[in-house]
Design a protein around this ligand. Structure first.
Ligand code: PTJ
Length: 254
């Protein structure tokens, strides 16, 4: 990996870029993942490269929803593996559930490389290497899922997901928590809870909230979920981008 000095003003962003490039070199991230990363960087720039108040609201609701779930599932693709494998393992440990490798551009080689990486980082159980079901409405290998994991989950966390598959999971009756920097994406629009934040920042915060709420009464968690309005939070996310851009323009005019 290129040696990036910590003093570089774009350190975090450059390290993330290197991680995705490294994932491609090692064969667990798809080449398309590089394009997804570029798109993510652009939206991260627009939100100010920080977790916004709207994202925090979504993270809290997502934590409550995951804790209330009977069968929650966590999906890991090639970009997630490159950017946040340790963080996803920590989240799975906090919820005491397995992780499932679920790829859009599926190849068996990539699935097993990601599963190995997650186990290397301490994952207790990794699903996805032997899928035994298919998400209805999706063609080809990207529909593959596992019973006991994503296929029969009631709540699924899908970071950096394709809109089509998000919609198909919602159509199965699942509650879907998305992590997607683009508040206008089909994934963000269709998910039950959309965390508009970088996965690198969002997953540790989500784990923190899961730990914090783990002793909270069910009725209080249910109230948190009931009071959450995803369309309003998405509108706030767009407004936060506008405000950030207005601030930037004013600064450059001074
Ligand atoms: O490994 P695979 O085969 O499952 O493929 C994974 C990718 C991500 C390539 C695939 O799912 C894909 O093509 O996704 P999209 O349709 O490009 O969507 C990715 C979404 O994630 C876009 O809306 C990006 O803005 C967003 N995104 C990219 N990087 C980040 C991100 N969101 C949060 N954090 C990021 N670091």
């Amino acid at each position: 990996m290129t040696d990036i000095p910590v003093s570089h003003p774009r350190y975090a962003s450059l390290v993330a870029r290197e991680r995705v490039a490294e994932g491609v070199r090692r064969g667990y991230t798809s080449t398309q993942g590089l394009i997804a990363q570029g798109r993510g960087e652009c939206f991260d720039y627009l939100i100010g490269e920080k977790t916004t108040p709207a994202a925090l609201q979504a993270i809290r609701a997502a934590a409550a929803m995951l804790l209330l779930a009977e069968r929650p599932a966590l999906s890991v693709n090639g970009n997630v593996a490159a950017l946040a494998s340790e963080e996803m393992v920590a989240l799975a440990a906090a919820l005491k559930i397995p992780l499932e490798v679920n790829l859009f551009h599926r190849s068996e080689e990539r699935v097993s490389k990601i599963a190995d990486l997650l186990r290397e980082k301490g994952a207790v159980q990794v699903l996805g290497e032997r899928p035994d079901a298919a998400v209805p409405g999706l063609d080809h290998a990207r529909a593959l899922a596992t019973r006991g994991g994503i296929y029969d989950a009631d709540v699924v966390l899908i970071p950096l997901e394709d809109g089509d598959r998000c919609e198909a999971l919602v159509a199965m009756g699942k509650k879907v928590v998305a992590i997607d920097l683009n508040p206008l994406s089909r994934t963000a629009r269709k998910a039950t809870v959309s965390i508009v934040d970088n996965i690198v920042r969002a997953v540790p915060l989500l784990t923190e909230q899961v730990r914090r709420f783990s002793g909270t009464a069910r009725a209080d968690l249910e109230a948190m979920v009931r009071d959450y309005d995803n369309q309003r939070v998405l509108r706030e996310a767009v407004r936060e981008i506008q405000e950030h851009l207005e601030g930037q323009t004013e600064e450059s005019e001074e």
